[in-house]
Design a protein around this ligand. Sequence first.
Ligand code: DX5
Ligand code: ZN
Length: 220
Amino acid sequence: MVKKIKIAPSLLAADFSDLKNEIKKAEDGGAEWLHLDVMDGAFVPNISFGPCVISVLRPKTEMFFDVHLMIEEPVRYLEDYKKAGADGITVHFEACDDVEATLKAVKDLGLKAGLALKPKTPVSVIAPYIELCDMVLIMTVEPGFGGQKLIEETVVKIGEVASLAKEKGVELEIEADGGIGAANAGKLIAQGLTVAVAGSAVFKSADVKAAVESIRDARV
Ligand code: DX5
Ligand code: ZN
């Protein structure tokens, strides 16, 4: 029996003029986490939202706020996201001068710490940091935009993280992000995925609850 995965709808695909209701739909639909994509126009070629938007959303839900920072040198802003209401902060390996210090700073704030990898970054780079990670996020598209197609070559990276974690005796959440829906979630779950981030597949669906369940129940 496969363990039940968590679903983290990405707010990037929601109706920005109606965020309060969009969040309610995700929560009522059974999603455990809310994925918040922060983009700075430098690490990625797009700008989304920052701490002030997150802080006004915080009182609207009990969901775990899974903040994905696609920004250069995120260590500069960790406190701001803590204050805004983040429960977990994921930083990019490629964006940090000092990955270890950044992960430690997230943990020192009392938050769950995650390390994200772009599609072309090999899983081996996380080995020195895996003990500091509560989550590893595998990007299954190039970061920057929602609504892209999952890059097939990234799927095996989920299994590679699972093997590395097992080898090191570490328990962590393995998250995949980008182009995920009911049609391809099964193969990610088979690799050991524990959290599926899904933007378009959830928020662009007429039935959010059914969309959440179909991703969670997907099998190969
Ligand atoms: C991309 C973001 C993702 C993305 C997911 O940079 O990190 O969270 O918006 O959206 P979909 O599911 O539409 O690919
Ligand atoms: Zn994301």
